[in-house]
Every structure is written in structure tokens, then in C-alpha cells.
Ligand binder design. Sequence first.
Ligand code: HMG
Length: 384
Amino acid sequence: MKIGIDKIGFYTTPLYLDLTELAQARGVDPNKYLIGIGQEKQAVIPPTQDIVTMGANAADRILTDEDRKQISTIIVATESGIDNSKAAAIYVKELLQLDPFVRAVEVKEACYSGTAALQFARGLISLNPDEKVLIIAADIARYGLETSGEVTQGGGAIAMMISAEPRVLAIDGPSVPYSEDVMDFWRPLYASEALVDGKYSTSVYIDFFQKTWERYQTLTDQTLSDMAAMIFHLPFTKMGKKALDAILGDQNDPHSVLMRTQLAASQALSRQVGNLYTGSLYLALLSLLTRSHNLQSGDRIGLFSYGSGAQGEFFTGILQADFKEMVRQADVEKLIMARKQVSVPEYERLFRAQIGYNSKNVFLDLSQDHEKYVLQGQQDQKRV
Ligand code: HMG
């Protein structure tokens, strides 16, 4: 039985920051951000959006009424949790008006947990082929104003329906997970911004990729020439280039050239939005499937998932006959084109206006947020 991604959707807020303007404000050569980091724009998250509203907005863009009735499990993958006990999935389930006879949970391991959710969904569906699992991977990537991580911020949500006989990508063959206890990036309970050993994190990422990719080749006898594309978790787009370069042999042979073209297609959306944390790998998938002209049904795609702390996993999937039509429905170009630019001072104001984690009542001004699902604030220590 084939199991995998049947539908995939994406939501980010209607606001972005131009990174050339950020570079000028920070006294940095813009080419460092545009070329050295590989980012052009960054999603700006107003206080009226959080992982719940962004997740619901992403799912709402792809779910039919029939889908809503059929979902039996909803898993929210996030590292921007809003409660140490109650799962964000319960709130999302309610907003989406899913059936009450549903299983709703949240999973965590930095940027990796979207992939954990996908693997758990495969297990549920192989036990019961009628199950349909909704995965939401939603995050706000925050490092802090005037930090070296600032240029790698971003945010948004990916929603994926996982089922038997999927129409986008069937997960195929062995998956290779790899884990080690490392302090490359973490967020203690008291902190609303991540702590990061930035350069160390990039070297751990590459090390995990090489280890899992080598093991995958040993287990399957496949090589890079069996892959129509390799895609990566993209904390910033240059990271994907660093990872691919680490395994490309002769840079000029035709398959290496193809791999670099495919990588560029997979990076296009991240370059406009920034890091989605748990959703980034799947945004790269959506970007590849909407932007590449070199893909057909039956092609094998290699996916590398990475979450700091750290957990990596390499796995592959086979493109299905209807993949083009299914990703067209996600309508990502319209979402990206409709965004409005905010100035650096406005971005800084919105950054500081996030409601944070304290017990005060907060009533947000909703007049500027016209999205379907919005965060109204916090009352009596309850999210509204
Ligand atoms: P930095 O110190 O600002 O950057 O930190 P740099 O000085 O190393 O410069 C970056 C690149 O720009 C370099 O290229 C420079 O040469 C180049 P590289 O050597 O890397 O190829 N450069 C220029 N290029 C063109 N024109 C110029 C110019 N000037 C410099 N004028 C860093 C960069 C990424 C470390 C920082 O932004 C950071 O800490 N980011 C956050 C951490 C991160 O994203 N880590 C990635 C791996 S870990 C991961 O993926 C997990 C994560 O998503 C979290 C999770 O799992 O939850 C982060």
C-alpha cells in the first residue's frame, strides 16, 4: 500500500520585510544577506497571528468539507508552543470544525518534528488504511533584533493531508534517522527567542546529512543519480547549497547541474519567507513542485530533515501522477504576490508587540488583520 502526502498547503502572513532594507539599517553589505545567507525577504508576524491561527489558515486553504469529515488524527508539529500542557492541535481542530471523534496532539523536536509527524501518520495509516491524518507544521522563527540570526527569521505554516494512495508524494523505502545530544540551538522555557551557536549548528547539520545519506545509499544501493532532486530543511537558503555541495562530485557533470537547478527551484519560496522551522522542508517541497520544469510522475525525491538538538532523517518519496494539479491548488504564488512590505521600524514594532508569555489580559487591535483566523488576545490566562 502506498502512503504519503495527498494534499499540501501553505500559509504565511500578508506582511514582509525587505532584507536589503534590513541590511542597510544594520550597517551590513546587502550582498551578505542576499548572497551570503541567500535570503531576500522575511515574513513578518503580527501579534494577531500565532501557530494556531497560521496553522488553521494553512489547512483551511486546502481542506474540502469532505476532508474535514474524514480526518481521524490531527498532529501539530511546532517549537513555538503556546502551552506546556494543552496541544495546539485541539485549538486548530476546533477552528477547522473537525469531527469531535478525532485524535489531536502536538509533537516537538525543533525543526525535525514535522517529519516525525509524517512518520507517525504512516504508522497509523498502515494499521488502518482508511485513516486520514492532518499534519500542521507551524512556527515563528525568532532570534531577536540586531542578532546574527535576525536575517534568518521568518514564519508560517504548512498543512498536509497524509493518506493511503496519496496524490502528491508516496514515501518509499527505508528512512534513516540519526540523533545526538548537541547544543547547537535551543530555547529554554523562560526565553521567547532561540539561543544558538550559529556556525556550529551549520556544521552539525552537514554532518548529520552526510551520515544519513551515506547510510541510505548502503541500505538501498541507490546513489545521487537515482534522485530527480534533493531537498533540504532550509533555515536559510544557503544552507541547502552547503549541504548539496558536500556530496556533489564533479560540479560540471550533467546530473550535478540538474541537482543545482532543482535546488534553486526548492529554495525559491524560502528565499521570500525565511525559516518556517518545522514547515521549512515541506515548503521546499512545495517550492520544488511548483517551480521546477524537470519533474515527472515516478521521479524519486530525496528529503533531508534536520532539527537542532539534534535529530536528522533522510528519506525519499515517489512523485504521483496528479502531483502538478494537487500543488496548483495550494495557490502559493497568489499568497506571496499579495503580501505588503513593512518598513524596518514597523517590523521592529510588530516584533516587540508579540504577546509573550505572562498572565496579563491582552486585547489586540484586529482592525489591521483581515485573515480568516486571528488571535484576539488573552483573557483570564486563556488564549482567545
Ligand atoms: P554570521 O556570523 O552573520 O555570518 O552568521 P557569516 O559572517 O558567517 O556570513 C554568512 C555568509 O555570508 C558567509 O558565507 C560569508 O562569506 C557570506 P559562507 O562562508 O557561510 O558560505 N558573506 C557575504 N557574501 C557576499 N557578499 C558579502 C558577504 N559578507 C559575508 N558582502 C549564521 C550566519 C547562519 C550562523 C546566523 O545567521 C545564525 O546563527 N542563524 C541561525 C542558526 C541557523 O540557521 N543555523 C542553521 C543550521 S541549524 C538548523 O537548521 C536548525 C534550525 O532551523 C532550528 C531548529 O531546528 O529548530 C536553525
